[in-house]
Design a protein. Structure first.
Length: 355
């Protein structure tokens, strides 16, 4: 009942072992993009949030565009409203979410030392678990990953604009505003001042939309199943463990974490570890955005070794490790049953679809 997951994962892991080039074959890379978009975007009754998004879709379907804003963030509400008007229902929303998510992910992986290995690192959890359930946050992640990949090329106003675009799909993305002035050509005091102003703007967004109260109640103050996620520590460690390589010396640090924003993400990933023991769900949700840490680091680890045979062995071990991560999650995760069996709209009768 889980073979589609392993088939996709094994194919990507195999490409990571066989093709360690910094520039992957364009055709193979495009095929992988289409496969993941279809696999994630046309899923049927898959993911912990499937029923929640069905409710949102049904509510938006019955009203106008302005009424849709009452049920979700403005960007996602408009996307859902357009999908329902086109007759595509939840599948149009998920497909658009998968396209945006994969655009950001694939662009980010192309900036790593070995793109196929970076993609393999992202697949077991970020793709199979997060993107196949949290459609709103998947869009925000895709936009922010694109920004991280283009970080050096984009000026401050582009960074702020893309972060606000991501925020329109999931309000939690606004915390990225604090990172936007990191490497400006300005005095430290000026950069800190800009970061403070943007941080206050992020707080205003959360407060004015009511998200601050919701997040605090859901993930911090109320002691319930919402604030406690038994797998959050493991999720945080997926980024925190590679982030420990920050301590390995300047040469290793600059190879694994090539930009200042990724290095700051790595520091935040380490800080989330103790937080995960007290506010596990909140820490787990924030860790989704920090996956550039593990993607960049794992993709570059084989290049630290000079001997080609050693590089190949390390690359194979890391690729096999990604397959193991997927097997471990599907076998032992308390939420894995929501993903089994895998279903896809392409193989369903029209009467079975939620349109």
């Amino acid at each position: 009942m889980t073979w589609p997951y392993y088939l996709v994962m094994a194919a990507i892991a195999l490409m990571a072992v066989l093709f360690p080039r910094k520039r992957p074959n364009a055709v193979a890379w495009a095929v992988a993009f289409v496969v993941l978009v279809v696999f994630v975007g046309l899923r049927h009754k898959v993911g912990m949030d499937w029923n929640n998004y069905l409710v949102i879709t049904d509510r938006i379907h019955d009203g106008g565009a302005m009424q849709a804003l009452d049920f979700a963030e403005p960007g996602f509400a408009l996307l859902t409203w357009l999908s329902t008007r086109a007759g595509w229902g939840i599948y149009g929303v998920n497909l658009a979410s998968a396209i945006v998510f994969c655009l950001g992910l694939f662009r980010l992986c192309l900036r790593t030392e070995t793109p196929w290995l970076g993609l393999a690192m992202a697949t077991p959890f970020l793709v199979m678990v997060v993107a196949m359930s949290a459609s709103r946050q998947a869009i925000a992640i895709g936009i922010l990953f694109w920004l991280v990949a283009q970080w050096k090329e984009y000026p401050l106003h582009w960074r702020v604009g893309l972060i606000l675009l991501a925020t329109s799909f999931h309000y939690s993305a606004c915390f990225f505003l604090c990172f936007s002035p990191l490497d400006l050509d300005a005095r430290p005091a000026v950069k800190v001042g800009i970061a403070v102003v943007l941080g206050l703007a992020a707080l205003w967004v959360l407060e004015s939309t009511g998200s601050a109260e919701y997040y605090v109640a859901s993930y911090v103050s109320e002691k319930s199943e919402l604030t406690y996620s038994p797998g959050a520590v493991q999720h945080v460690l997926l980024n925190a463990a590679p982030a420990l390589l920050l301590l390995a010396g300047r040469r290793v640090r600059e190879r694994l974490f090539p930009t200042i924003v990724v290095r700051r993400f790595a520091l935040l990933a380490l800080l989330l570890v103790p937080t995960a023991f007290f506010f596990s769900t909140a820490a787990g949700r924030v860790s989704f955005y920090l996956f550039p840490v593990s993607i960049y680091a794992v993709a570059a680890v084989p290049t630290l070794f000079a001997h080609p045979r050693v590089r190949a062995i390390v690359r194979m071990a890391l690729a096999c490790g990604t397959v193991f991560l997927l097997w471990f999650w599907l076998t032992y995760a308390n939420s894995a049953l929501a993903y089994i069996p895998y279903g896809n709209a392409l193989f369903m009768e029209s009467g079975q679809l939620h349109l």
